[in-house]
Design a protein around this ligand. Structure first.
Ligand code: PLP
Length: 370
């Protein structure tokens, strides 16, 4: 098909394979899979998870929770520190679904509780090494007082402890990802063990895509929450957590100019389509995407040496080998495997399957706030 604008292509077969593989892994290890839906934010793609038996999901904001609840999802964790000013909307959602929120201070728990009528499950966010949010795993005083505030509340139920090892994305090797994963499991399970005696059935929840894709030992965790694996991207390829064949999205970018002497191809596909995210390309410099060729109903393996090396708002500059530059004309389109598929999907606001069918993304929908 000719492309008149950058278009996010979704390969349903690869996507369903990615979904199936992680579900099978969780099943093998006897842990609950609660995939993070912030990557795809699509009701249609969500239903592919349902086809694999997924019943519990993670989202990153109340709006997203409301959209998926309206599509029949009844067990939702909002994995973002709760804003107590959202208590009214959280309360309305909790009337129809099992809703779980995150806190990391007694004050937030008490303030949220004051605005609720319905029961809301509460996970305490623990920082096991990433250093973004959460109570440090060894800060027993703050853990104690936060657990105490939840247990004392009228409407909150302590559900467990949740951590996110986002520093796996900074790992220099697969061995380092394995070390981070082992450390995360040890730290979160020690926190859970400290409070387990209360008779509650507490959950230890972990999960980022690099660790979950590579690990084969999840002892200490009850639940995993990877999200990016649904599409994967070049950051995952570079980390070693998937191969380019597992990347399920590519941005079709119309070719608008060719500078053969500089071996550069200019495409319509800039920062507003791909985000400014990077990964370390061949040669070691940060790049924004890997070029593939579009074959009508699929895309090829990565074209060696063809990378998206710089972005402005609408333009993308591809550095390409001589034979690709010679083969390509203005009016053609090239595919780009993005550095970071979550942001690319969010910017695209919708998908086109390889059959040409449109699929929804929440950012492109009209929906009512709860
Ligand atoms: N849980 C939390 C709290 C997150 O912030 C994220 C991603 O940012 C995930 C799970 C999913 O991790 P990934 O994007 O590596 O799949």
């Amino acid at each position: 098909m000719p492309f008149t604008r950058p278009t996010l292509l979704l390969d349903e077969r690869r996507c369903r394979d990615n979904i199936r593989r992680m579900s099978a892994k969780a099943g093998r290890h006897g842990i609950r899979l609660r995939p993070h839906f912030k990557t795809h934010q699509s009701l249609a793609v969500g239903r592919w998870f349902r086809d694999e038996g997924v019943a519990a999901i993670t989202v990153s904001c109340v709006d997203m929770a409301a959209c998926f609840a309206a599509d029949g999802w009844r067990d939702i964790t909002i994995a973002f520190p709760v804003n107590p000013h959202d208590a009214g909307r959280i309360d309305r959602l909790a009337a129809g679904s099992r809703l779980c929120c995150l806190v990391e201070s007694p004050a937030a728990a008490t303030m949220l509780d004051g605005g609720l009528e319905n029961r809301v499950d509460m996970m305490i966010k623990v920082d096991t090494g990433y250093g973004r949010t959460g109570i440090r795993w060894e800060d027993e005083a703050l853990l104690d007082s936060t657990v105490e505030a939840v247990r004392r509340s009228r409407h909150l139920r302590l559900a467990g402890f949740l951590t996110h090892a986002g520093h796996s994305y900074r790992a220099a090797s697969v061995a380092e990802i394995a070390r981070i994963h082992g450390e995360t499991l040890a730290r979160i399970s020690s926190v859970k063990a400290r409070y387990q005696s209360g008779g509650e059935d507490l959950v230890a929840s972990v999960g980022d895509t690099p660790c979950c894709s590579l690990a084969e030992d999840f002892r200490g965790a009850d639940e995993i929450r990877p999200g990016n694996y649904v599409f994967n991207d070049m950051q995952q390829v570079t980390l070693g957590s998937c191969s380019p064949r597992d990347v399920a999205v590519a941005v079709a970018c119309p070719v608008v100019a060719i500078h053969a002497a500089r071996r550069e191809i200019i495409v319509h596909g800039g920062a507003v389509h791909l985000s400014k995210d990077t990964y370390r390309g061949t040669g070691g410099d940060p790049v924004h995407g890997q070029v593939v060729e579009l074959t009508g109903d699929a895309w090829t393996a990565p074209v060696r040496g063809a990378q998206l090396v710089s972005l402005s708002q609408e333009h993308g500059k591809i550095r390409a080998p001589e034979d690709l530059v010679a083969r390509i004309s203005v009016g053609d389109a090239l595919g780009v495997l993005p550095a970071h598929s979550c942001l690319t999907a969010n910017l695209a606001r919708g998908y086109t399957t390889l059959d040409g069918a449109p699929l929804d993304h929440l950012s492109g929908r009209e929906w009512r706030r709860p």
